[in-house]
Design a protein around this ligand. Structure first.
Ligand code: AMP
Length: 397
């Protein structure tokens, strides 16, 4: 069975065609600059050369048509007809409080995605366009929505409610949702399997550390807390996002700089994090690390603060679960930065966490990186959101 996974951003579209018999990737690709001059599709069939199409993509419908053409291209394609695709799985950002489980798309699901445009203003409209484009390109083919907020919906009220007047939750569903849900679901599940942990009771903390970064705590695969909130701005220090901050800072900057709330929120989302703290060096963690190695103090402080905040969240989530069996690192920084993993774990000696330096010298595969006598199993688990979406899609159809 072949499943197509689609992940639409506001001006991009990523796809993977996955053979669910062995969960291998048959082809993957990326459409960039949708709706902007200079659009381009890069198609990568497994084991063959890349294929680039430079054609105008005024919207996601045209992008999907070009993806279908690339998949069926006589020379670079991997299928003869779209009949070979059993279903399409879509990453959809936000379902508000309506859905937590993945679902086959119908008119009601599309209505909910539309109603949540103000909760996910960049992603939900693009996600809906992707679904409608697939419906147009492949009439009758099942489309499945896998929610980025789905995993976090299992949080108890004490974790998801903000301490603000109740009416705002009741009127506008203002609460903590959590994001990177497919990644946290996938990695916590893999950590339980790979670590040989009790699937019903295992207490797992997943550190998804990439350009966007979040931590989750789950017991038996059910989320009990996660660091992102109503939007992805809450929680850890990220590439460009501030993470947790006193909301009075917003008012202060507005007053001092003559900016409005939207402008300051834009600064907190796009110009803060390690980019802002380092004085503008970069949002890319490798650049920050290189600047630190060259003796740049601001880069060093930005990295120290990033690591410190991750360690604080691990401490908090250990308390939330009254213990922790495993900590799993994933995403760009979590999977590649062994020094960062070690620095975070150096804060956790009080939990009996011990890293094995030789085992920690690893990337790109599931691995236990803690010493045999560590009280908590620490693991590297590469995330695979596309596969998680494909598995959900297969399960539903
Ligand atoms: P993601 O958002 O998951 O794609 O992660 C992207 C981030 O991972 C970027 O900031 C990269 O700089 C970072 N990254 C990738 N490789 C490394 C590495 N070896 N050391 C530190 N950061 C890395």
């Amino acid at each position: 069975m072949k499943i197509l996974v689609i992940n639409c951003g506001s001006s991009s579209l990523k796809y993977q065609l996955i053979d669910m018999d062995d969960e291998s990737v048959i082809a993957k690709g990326l459409c960039e600059r949708i709706g902007i001059d200079g659009s381009k599709l890069t198609h990568q069939p497994a084991g063959k050369d890349k294929f680039v199409v430079e054609k105008a993509m005024p919207n996601h419908t045209v992008a999907i048509e070009l993806v279908m053409d690339a998949l069926q291209d006589p020379e670079h394609g991997v299928i003869k007809s779209t009949e070979e695709i059993a279903a399409v799985g879509h990453r959809v950002l936000h379902a508000g409080t309506t859905y937590s489980e993945s679902i086959i798309v119908n008119e009601d699901v599309k209505r909910v995605i539309r109603e949540c445009f103000d909760l996910g203003p960049l992603h939900n409209p693009a996600n809906l366009m992707g679904i409608e484009a697939c419906e147009a390109a492949m009439p009758g083919k099942p489309n499945v929505a896998v929610w980025d907020t789905g995993f976090g919906m299992a949080m108890p009220e004490k974790a998801y409610l903000y301490a603000i007047p109740r009416e705002y939750y009741e009127k506008y569903s203002i609460r903590r949702y959590g994001f990177h849900g497919t990644s946290h679901m996938f990695v916590s599940g893999e950590a339980i399997k790979f670590g040989g942990l009790d699937p019903e009771k295992a207490k797992v903390i997943v550190c998804h550390l990439g350009n966007g970064a979040s931590v989750s705590a789950s017991i038996g695969g059910r989320c009990v807390d996660t660091s992102m909130g109503l939007t992805p701005l809450e929680g850890l220090i990220m590439g460009t996002r501030s993470g947790d901050i006193d909301p009075a800072v917003v008012q202060f900057i507005c007053n001092k700089e003559g900016k409005d709330v939207n402008e300051v929120l834009n600064i907190l989302n796009k110009k803060s994090g390690v980019l802002g703290m380092s004085g503008g060096i970069s949002s890319d963690f490798r650049d920050i690390e290189n600047a630190k190695k060259e003796g740049n103090h601001l880069a060093e402080v930005a990295l120290d603060a990033f690591i410190y905040r991750v360690a604080k969240y691990i401490g908090a989530y250990t308390a939330a679960m009254n213990g922790v069996d495993a900590i799993a690192f994933t995403a760009g920084v979590g999977e590649n930065d062994k020094a960062g993993r070690k620095a975070i774990c150096d804060y956790l000696g009080y939990l009996g966490v011990k890293i094995d330096d030789a085992a920690n010298d690893v990337r790109g595969k599931n691995a236990v990186i803690s010493a045999p006598d560590s009280k908590v199993k620490v693991m590297l688990i590469p995330t695979n959101e596309e596969l998680a979406i494909a598995r959900e899609t297969k399960r539903l159809i």
